[in-house]
Design a binder for this molecule. Structure first.
Ligand code: NDP
Length: 448
């Protein structure tokens, strides 16, 4: 049995019933094989055995009182996975499907993603099985305060130890309540979270960063293929933070976004979610009214497809931006059959391994989430920099840095893929590129 096989077997044995975590570990470990073969030092230092084991895992009770005066109890998580290259960094997800296997898959991915940005950030993730949907603002506030009353104990010296951010179900409102609770408990104004509002330490472009970053990554990938993004038909899934700003940037770049979705279904607008009435309606629907994507179809008389994902719609580029495993084998086959040339993952692990294989075989340029959606955490890193300096950069300054970081990530992934014998395979390139920095740091820091 080879080194990777042995480590992966052990992961399965020690972490039963966590299929998402297994999936993420399997993809990373096997894609590192060409690198591990070339550099036996990583096996000698047991880097894989150490990197698959979180440094710390915290699970806690989150009791809160709903508007009817009834006591509710949720479960909270923070997985501090790896801090070799910097303080733990990674979002909080509030969604009823959250359990330890989801948080571990996301935390593990975050190690390599954060490394790829070139900024000093370790990998972590957290969250709760709390569902903010349908809750009043006061209920969300009480939940966030209870969540932080325990989480803060584990954040150490906060920005030097662990600095969380948002993810699914955790947007500006939740970050505000969490930061407020931390400030009250600690009597400290340090920016313990990123994604903060501009009035209390946030960075311009942070809300836009993941979607803008994914679009910038698409530009780099298209350059390699000698293709222009102008006029490209794009399918986007999701209707949340990532989908919103992917749609905005693609419009700015002259591409056309023809789909959006949520967990109930998708809309198909062949004329595009264009700037003006349509885009403004969409943003107001999601950010102000917190409504469902179905209402967009009703408002503009376009097709609403209940319980359907967008992947059977003809497109040049696909931007899965909702959740994990939302592109399965048949979806991938549909995309290929319809002439799609690029898949850019705005979400984390939205394509199943079978889907990724189909993309690679068909010569589709495939950008894995850890490279393509790293813009979010990158600007979170820049928010930390601005907080440390007690200064705020302009939109242009942050946007230019984001663009530079996305170009850097593309270059690292592209060059690593070439160097290790798998040209244009961004999965292998991103994993090796992200891994090397962390592995070297772990060796330098000793057995800790
Ligand atoms: P939001 O909560 O803002 O939006 C999530 C969207 O995806 C909603 O439209 C939601 O629909 C849909 N969705 C969620 N779960 C499911 C599901 N099980 N099936 C179908 N649709 C679903 O989250 P974000 O936009 O922030 O995050 C989207 C993805 O991007 C996630 O994978 C996240 O990890 C990833 N990501 C986010 C970053 C960020 O900066 N926000 C950074 C990097 C990655 P509904 O309203 O019906 O639930």
């Amino acid at each position: 049995m080879g080194y990777v096989d042995r480590v992966y077997e052990k992961v399965l044995e020690k972490n039963p019933h966590q299929p998402e975590f297994h999936q993420a570990v399997k993809e990373v470990l096997y894609s590192l094989e060409p690198c591990l073969a070339k550099h036996p030092i990583y096996e000698e230092h047991a880097i894989l055995e150490r990197i698959v084991e979180p440094e710390r895992q915290v699970i806690f009770r989150v009791p809160w009182v709903d508007d009817k005066g009834k006591i509710q109890v949720n479960r909270g998580f923070r997985i501090q996975f790896n801090s070799a290259i910097g303080p733990y960094k990674g979002g909080l997800r509030f969604h009823p499907t959250v359990y330890i296997g989801i948080i571990k898959f996301l935390g593990f991915e975050q190690i390599f993603k954060n490394s790829l940005t070139g900024l000093p950030m370790g990998g972590a993730k957290g969250g709760s099985d709390f569902n903010p949907k349908g809750k009043s603002d006061m209920e969300v506030m009480r939940f966030c305060q209870s969540f932080m009353s325990e989480l803060h104990r584990h954040l150490g010296y906060a920005v030097y130890t662990d600095c969380p951010a948002g993810d699914i179900g955790v947007g500006g409102r939740e970050i505000g309540y969490l930061q407020g609770a931390f400030k009250k408990i600690r009597n400290s104004n340090e920016g313990v979270l990123t994604g903060k509002g501009l009035e209390y330490g946030g960075s311009l472009i942070r809300p836009e960063a993941t979607g803008y970053g994914a679009s910038y990554f698409a530009l780099e990938m298209l350059k390699v293929r000698n293709e222009d993004i102008k006029g490209k038909i794009c399918t986007v899934s999701g209707a949340g933070n990532v989908a919103q700003y992917t749609t905005e940037k693609l419009n700015q770049l002259g591409a056309k976004v023809v789909t959006l979705s949520d967990s109930n279904g998708s809309i198909y607008d062949p004329d595009g979610v264009t700037f003006g009435k349509k885009f403004d309606y969409f943003m107001d629907l999601k950010l102000v009214r917190r409504g469902r994507i179905k209402e967009y179809a009703e408002e503009f008389g376009v097709e609403y497809r209940p319980n359907k994902r967008p992947w059977d719609i003809k497109c040049d580029l696909a931007f899965p931006s909702a959740t994990q495993n939302e592109i399965e084998k048949n979806d991938a086959q549909n995309l290929v059959n319809n002439g799609c040339i690029g898949v850019i993952e705005g979400a984390n692990m939205p394509s199943t391994p079978e889907a990724v294989e189909i993309f690679h075989e068909a010569g589709v340029s495939f950008a894995p989430g850890k490279a393509a959606n790293a813009g979010g955490v990158a600007v979170s890193g820049l928010e930390m920099v601005q907080n440390s300096m007690r200064l705020s950069w302009t939109r242009e300054e942050v946007d230019n840095r984001l663009k530079g970081i996305m170009q850097h990530i593309h270059k690292v992934a592209y060059e690593a893929a070439e160097k290790y014998g798998h040209p244009r395979n961004y999965v292998i390139g991103a994993n090796i590129g992200g891994f090397l920095k962390v592995a070297k740091a772990m060796i330098a820091l000793g057995i800790i």
